[in-house]
Design a protein around this ligand. Structure first.
Ligand SMILES: Cc1cc2nc3c(=O)[nH]c(=O)nc-3n(C[C@H](O)[C@H](O)[C@H](O)COP(=O)(O)OP(=O)(O)OC[C@H]3O[C@@H](n4cnc5c(N)ncnc54)[C@H](O)[C@@H]3O)c2cc1C
Length: 322
């Protein structure tokens, strides 16, 4: 990623749509809905936002880990659902986090959580902010003195690779592309590709029980987790790293899909695999959607497990072609 992340929408500012692209998309929308070609609203400007003052300040001991910077607070106000983008585009930012925390390691996370607990401040883990269910939105009611968005982006490294067992110990704040970049020299891949891959993190995938696009066999992040380390308000949570276990309820599964409610995932041992050496793809056109669905079902039930098989309806195919 080269440009700065947009504080209200998807992607980076340098990849924003130019006027001719906007015009083309407006034309498509007009055609699809049978309405006059709509005009695009101008994007909001940071300097015009009516952002309320922070209600809390960082204690001296944590001052170098926390910021009340306008851009950071605005960027951490919403996830990336359609509703979030619409509110961002309308410059509605009534509940920004009071502070954004940028821990460098698990110890920092523990210190930040301790302070939040002692100060009645709500801490909300933040990975890539691509949540579509309000998971990162600091709307917590009046019981708290304030809110801290706890952004894990500095925990972005692959710490260890166990080539023999094909596993890697990976920090939770790593974004998809940076994770694959670090595994590539080992000829390994996690091969977990949610559509939000570019702007989401390992910790977010685990916390949301994310699913990837390579989806006819292993798709959920659960399949790749060997162990999880998390910092909770009650101390460290660490599961045993074993290749497989049938011993009772899985503590990993407690954390997987917990949406940050139980603690902050700081790292995990993940099962990785050799990078694929061959690739082939094909597109097939069907006379109608039902025929396509029958073919997709037959393929899914064949046991052949192609990496990906995706059925597009006529409208989606028309949009994808533009
Ligand atoms: C365009 C788009 C495409 C998408 N495609 C897919 C898809 O193909 N598959 C899919 O499963 N989802 C998809 N999503 C949803 C979203 O990307 C996933 O839920 C993703 O796993 C979130 O990761 P994140 O790092 O952005 O987490 P965030 O959005 O930052 O956080 C999500 C939740 O996890 C918590 N959290 C984040 N990091 C941690 C941590 N380290 N420890 C504890 N809790 C944490 C947060 O508090 C929040 O509740 C898509 C979203 C968009 C906008």
């Amino acid at each position: 990623m080269t440009g700065r992340r947009s504080f209200w929408g998807w992607g980076t500012t340098d990849a924003a749509l130019d006027p001719s692209e906007q015009e083309r998309i407006a034309g498509t929308v007009g055609e699809l809905f049978g309405i006059p070609t709509p005009t695009a609203d101008p994007p909001p400007r940071l300097e015009d936002l009516d952002l309320r003052e922070s209600r809390i300040s960082a204690p001296a001991a944590l001052a170098d880990l926390m910021t009340a910077d306008r851009f950071e607070r605005a960027s951490h106000t919403y996830g990336k659902s359609f509703r979030d983008i619409v509110r961002g585009l309308a410059a509605e930012f009534p509940h920004p986090p009071d502070l954004v925390a940028l821990p460098r390691d698990a110890d920092d996370v523990a210190r930040i959580l301790d302070w939040c607990s002692d100060s009645a401040v709500a801490a909300i883990p933040y990975g890539g902010g691509s949540s579509v269910v309000g998971g990162v939105e600091p709307l917590v009611g009046d019981a708290y003195a304030g809110t801290v968005s706890l952004d894990l982006r500095r925990l972005g490294r692959v710490l260890e690779v166990d080539g023999e067992s094909r596993a890697a110990r990976i920090q939770a704040g790593v974004y998809g592309p940076a994770l694959e970049d670090q595994l590539r020299p080992h000829d390994l891949t996690l091969r977990h590709y949610p559509q939000s891959f570019e702007f989401s993190t390992l910790g977010g995938w685990i916390a949301t029980r994310g699913g990837g696009h390579y989806a006819t066999l292993h798709t959920h992040i659960d399949d790749f987790v060997e162990n999880i380390t998390a910092v909770t308000p009650r101390g460290l949570f660490e599961t045993r790293r074993v290749p497989g276990s049938g011993a009772g309820p899985s503590p990993d599964r407690l954390m997987i899909g917990s949406e940050g409610a139980l603690g902050v995932i700081t790292e995990a041992w993940m099962r990785v695999m050799d990078r694929p050496r061959f690739r082939a793809r094909a597109s097939v056109r069907f006379t109608d959607f039902t025929a396509g669905a029958a073919a997709a079902r037959a393929l899914a039930q064949s046991g052949l497990h192609p990496t990906n098989c995706r059925l597009l309806d006529a409208t989606e195919a028309a949009i994808a072609r533009r």
